[in-house]
Write a new protein. Structure first.
Length: 589
């Protein structure tokens, strides 16, 4: 009798539990469906964010706007037309291009190289040239592309300046959809040495980053390849719907398989050999768009982080023997999102480098805080995404982020942030145009995180555009950082830092006997009182772009740097004390 009552009771409980679960699922599906039709970043009439994300919005006070920028493109003479052809809804068209700051003529002022996408892939008769703008040192630039031989015609992506041949001047490597190009600088004239050096890979090249990964003294090159892009005209007509928009098959990176990346080891004789597979960093499953070298845990060997689109990012620890270990899973920094731009810097001033990654729409940008030593194990390499805590999460939800940089705009000693945005979705009524978005400037406030002040700091940024590449440099040598951005299908946007109340600063330029004459990978630290700030030379990241190589520190109201320490790539150190601020310090090993 009791057994029967138990079975009946058990049966009724199970039946009603199932009914309850089914009802809960129906209600959940309804609300998910309903909310999926609403933009989580939609604005109310008063400008506030509607929905659940409104609790994460930050209010900007007038006193927070401590730096300012002015659009000086026209008066600077940087006149450039990017991709002058009409879009055909093809993936390689929309992904580029970038630019790079570097002093090619060694006159003390950074020059600007801008990559072009040659034109219509379907019509090779259309051709746009890359451009080199010489910095005149007075706020203006001169186009010297033709006279120097830098006016190459390629379906270009990323440029990088490097002294690969150890002759004391900067050469230029450019990735492309098609053959990559290495231009050798010989007395301010460039010649193509791609084939004889062995770096003329013909895959879909994206980012490129130089470093002495094996500590043999010379510079090696890591090249990220994107996807095996091929198409026919029927592919263009096939489409899917994403976020209510129709996306052609030929614009979806998931339509194509990934291409393996390359690690060119410098042979020491002017040639290179690809050792990516042997070293364990070919990342053959990653649709790679960029990479940056930096020492995750401070053991003296440069590790590697790879930004991948619609595939997990690559996190590779340098074993010190020419090989790497994939630590993506244990590092907590190998998220599967749509990653594009990278920025490296010590955001929290705790002595180790953190990493910012820009992402596709609705994925939020990530700020991977370096947790070295935080778990009680000083040897464990791990990161934690603290973007939301720093005010960088929800504000990026509706953005598609590309080039980026962590840099101290107001020289108060805290790293600020800039992010270039621009959609990959087409305009609803004009499929030859991509949707425009606002560029963002963030000021870091001590103890509070970041506040977006783009339109308040720069009137030109109130107008949206389709951004891709970008890099920062103090192009006018006045002690504050400026920005150059490449507008897709338009040209260059040159923003001069015109802040009036900036703090003090120190810029450090390193040189050493060849190879690696510009000391890429060296670490520079400055101490003011008990505060130590540290930067590594040439590891900043961005998207298809390169920042200035010299390291620059904001010092606030400090009048003197108590101690400056350089740890050179070979491990030797140079120390100087009691250094005056607001100057360029040249140090040679």
């Amino acid at each position: 009798m009791s057994k029967k009552r138990f079975n009946k009771r058990h049966y009724l409980m199970v039946r009603w539990s199932v009914v309850t679960i089914v009802i809960a699922i129906i209600i959940t599906v309804f609300f998910v469906w309903k909310n999926s039709r609403i933009d989580p970043m939609a604005r109310n009439d008063d400008g506030s964010v509607s929905g659940l994300t409104s609790v994460l919005e930050r209010t900007v006070d007038e006193e927070m706007v401590t730096f300012a920028f002015e659009d000086v493109t026209e008066q600077s003479g940087v006149s450039f037309v990017h991709f002058g052809a009409t879009r055909n809804s093809l993936l390689p068209e929309d992904m580029g291009s970038g630019l790079a700051w570097g002093d090619y003529d060694n006159d003390g002022f950074d020059d600007l190289f801008v990559v072009n996408f040659a034109g219509d892939i379907l019509d090779e008769s259309l051709a746009g040239e890359c451009a080199l703008f010489k910095n005149n040192g007075d706020g203006t630039f001169q186009d010297v592309s033709k006279e120097t031989g830098a006016n190459v015609v390629i379906y270009g992506m990323a440029p990088t300046w490097v002294d690969y041949d150890d002759d004391g001047d900067l050469d230029l490597y450019i990735t492309a959809y098609g053959d990559n190009v290495l231009l050798q600088n010989d007395n301010k004239m460039f010649s193509d040495v791609s084939k004889i050096t062995g770096v003329d890979d013909a895959q879909y090249g994206a980012g490129a980053s130089w470093a002495d990964f094996d500590k043999d003294g010379d510079l090696d090159l890591y090249v990220t390849n994107y996807v095996d892009f091929n198409f026919n005209e029927d592919d263009i007509k096939e489409a899917k719907r994403q976020y209510g928009a129709e996306v052609p098959f030929t614009l979806n990176p998931s339509s194509y398989s990934a291409q393996p990346n390359l690690l060119y080891r410098n042979n020491g004789d002017g040639t290179f050999t690809d050792v990516a597979k042997v070293a364990g960093v070919d990342d053959k499953e990653g649709r790679s768009l960029g990479a940056t070298w930096f020492d995750f845990e401070g053991d003296g060997y440069l590790d590697l982080y790879v930004a991948n689109d619609v595939s997990k990012n690559g996190v590779y620890h340098n074993n010190g023997d020419g090989t790497f270990t994939d630590i993506g899973a244990i590092s907590l920094a190998a998220d599967y999102r749509g990653a594009m731009g990278l920025a490296v810097g010590d955001v929290d001033t705790d002595g180790d480098d953190d990493l910012l990654v820009t992402h596709w729409v609705a994925q939020e940008n990530a700020l991977y805080e370096n947790m070295l030593g935080e778990w009680g194990d000083s040897e464990r390499v791990s990161f934690m995404d603290t973007a939301e805590d720093h005010g960088l999460g929800q504000i990026s939800l509706h953005m598609v982020g590309w080039a980026t940089g962590l840099v101290d705009f107001d020289n108060d000693g805290l790293l600020d942030l800039w992010v270039v945005n621009g959609h990959t979705l087409e305009e609803e009524n004009n499929q030859t145009q991509l949707q425009k978005q606002e560029m963002q400037l963030f000021r870091q406030v001590d103890g509070e995180g970041f506040y977006e002040i783009g339109s308040e700091a720069c009137e030109a940024l109130s107008e949206p555009f389709v951004g891709r590449g970008g890099a920062h440099a103090d192009f006018d040598n006045d002690g504050d950082m400026d920005i150059a951005v490449l507008k897709f299908g338009e040209g260059v946007l040159l923003l001069e830092n015109t802040s009036e109340s900036n703090g003090n600063w120190l810029r450090v330029h390193l040189s050493q006997p060849p190879p690696n004459a510009f000391a890429l990978g060296a670490t520079v630290s400055v101490r003011v009182g008990d505060i130590i700030r540290k930067k590594q030379v040439g590891i900043d990241g961005s998207y298809l772009s390169q920042h200035q190589t010299d390291v620059q520190f904001g010092l606030g109201d400090a009048k003197t740097v108590d101690e400056l320490v350089v740890t050179w790539p070979d491990g030797s150190t140079t120390t100087q004390s009691d250094i005056a601020v607001n100057q360029l310090v040249n140090l040679r090993r």
